[in-house]
Design a protein around this ligand. Structure first.
Ligand SMILES: Cc1cc2nc3c(=O)[nH]c(=O)nc-3n(C[C@H](O)[C@H](O)[C@H](O)COP(=O)(O)OP(=O)(O)OC[C@H]3O[C@@H](n4cnc5c(N)ncnc54)[C@H](O)[C@@H]3O)c2cc1C
Length: 419
């Protein structure tokens, strides 16, 4: 393996996973072509990597496969006005996902997910810093930490989160209501306490950062083809085939980095991976980004606000409803009302956006080769943390493609766990 050099790679998806992987491969001298339906440099480009909350969250080890959350799920689902919503027409299609979710909603699985999210999250900021050395991020990244606030209603859950983070050595500083207001004096004090993650950063424009990384990729010789990919297969030991309606492309290796849309391709590869989507929303309050200095997340409401170049981005909620249902006005209203609860001075909003988090039922991503097609590598399923994990995913996947050794334990991210 020492002198192995892959001859060519095709990547399906120009979200943050695809672009960071493409950049790392090009830096290793491997020719790469990225495919996407949308050009990352165009104004039509609006995937999850465009509209997320922009948090670089290396602290966010605990996911939603938690027994304490499971207890609240039915109550949340039957309330039309809460942080979790369901498109009822989609329930039959999510049945398999729910079964896996229930299986993974226990203390042991919760801690397993936390441990292996921590393994990659703890490397995530450094991986971005390396990229930031090579692109211009002036006005695009801020390092002021991220604040979470909460009321005293779910203290048992808050204590659990604090303990798991402490046990894993995650840096956190608990705040009283008064301390939060010292940092963010415009907030309406409807919360009781909170925490700040001082080493967290935020993007003032996730799409702006992605475009800079993509431009660097192109400058280094990476290719891009705007195309809707219909199939992917491994033809021979050294040939993978990526097809669109009219064209056929051959590469030695291929990477599936198609976010929540990856299942359409992995199903063709004979693997029944239970990938689904947690739909999320955002709106902008233009010119209101100065009201807070850093992202503020209201945990009880499952929503947050990030000061961005487009304005104050109010973002969040989880809606289970697949990729085809239209945007829900009720979810948009919910986010707007939550934002106004924390900042009553907000008025008119713009830019209603729906995005698709790619989520597996154990809340770990899939990073590694397809079980039956070793030259097709998976890089999807990063759920709420795909923005944070983009740069480190690029390093891991490019290393796998190039056949490099790693000190990381990558077994827990294999698709084997669902087969
Ligand atoms: C509301 C919301 C808030 C979020 N906030 C944060 C946050 O603050 N921090 C964080 O870390 N994460 C956050 N996330 C999660 C994060 O945005 C995603 O996990 C991440 O962007 C996924 O990146 P990706 O590259 O896997 O997928 P995507 O960004 O979805 O990109 C996939 C790309 O593949 C293309 N594609 C798919 N199928 C095909 C095909 N067949 N042919 C051609 N092209 C194809 C799509 O067009 C798309 O451009 C948030 C997500 C949402 C929805």
């Amino acid at each position: 393996m020492e002198n192995y050099k892959c001859k060519s790679v095709g990547i399906v998806g120009s979200g943050i996973q695809g672009v960071c992987t493409g950049l790392q491969l090009i830096k290793k001298g491997i020719p790469v072509t990225i495919f996407d339906r949308q050009d990352p440099l165009s104004s039509e480009y609006k995937p999850a990597s465009y509209g997320n909350a922009g948090h670089f969250s290396p602290y966010a080890v605990l996911q939603f496969n938690r027994p304490d959350i499971l207890v609240d799920v039915p109550k949340m689902l039957f309330s039309s006005y809460g942080p979790l919503a369901l498109k009822w027409n989609y329930i039959p299609k999510m049945f398999n996902w729910f079964l896996y979710y229930l299986k993974n909603c226990n203390k042991k699985s919760m801690l397993h997910t936390a441990k292996y999210m921590h393994q990659i999250l703890s490397l995530s900021n450094d991986a971005y810093e390396e990229i930031f050395q090579e692109i211009n991020v002036d006005g695009l990244v801020e390092k002021k930490g991220i604040i979470y606030v909460w009321t005293n209603k779910n203290l048992k859950s808050r204590k659990l989160e604090i303990k798991v983070r402490n046990d894993l050595g995650v840096k956190q500083k608990l705040l009283t209501r008064e301390e939060i207001l010292e940092l963010e004096p415009n907030l309406n004090p409807v919360f009781d306490a909170g925490v700040i993650f001082e080493n967290a950063m935020h993007a003032r424009d996730p799409h702006g950062i992605l475009k800079e990384i993509f431009k660097l990729y192109l400058k280094r010789g990476g290719k891009f083809i705007q195309s809707d990919i219909t199939s992917i297969e491994q033809k021979t030991a050294n040939e993978t085939i990526i097809k669109s309606a009219n064209d056929v492309y051959i590469f030695e290796k291929s990477v599936v980095a198609s976010g929540a849309f990856s299942k359409k391709l992995t199903d063709q590869l004979g693997e029944n991976i239970p990938l689904d989507t947690e739909r999320g929303y955002h709106v902008h309050f233009k010119g209101k980004d100065k009201l807070i200095s850093r992202p503020v997340i209201f945990l009880d409401r499952g929503f947050g606000m990030t000061p961005m170049n487009q304005g104050l981005r109010a973002v969040g909620t989880v809606e289970l409803g697949g990729l085809k249902n239209p945007l829900s006005k009720k979810r948009i209203e919910y986010i707007i009302n939550c934002a106004k609860e924390l900042l009553p001075q907000l008025e008119k909003h713009d830019d209603e956006w729906l995005g698709f988090r790619p989520t597996l039922p154990d809340f770990l991503p899939i990073l590694g080769p397809s079980l039956k097609n070793k030259n097709i590598i998976y890089a999807f399923g990063h759920q709420h943390l795909g923005w944070t994990l983009g740069a480190i995913t690029g390093k891991i996947i490019s290393g796998l493609v190039a056949g490099e050794k790693t000190n990381l334990d990558l077994a827990p991210y294999s698709s084997k766990r669902f087969n």
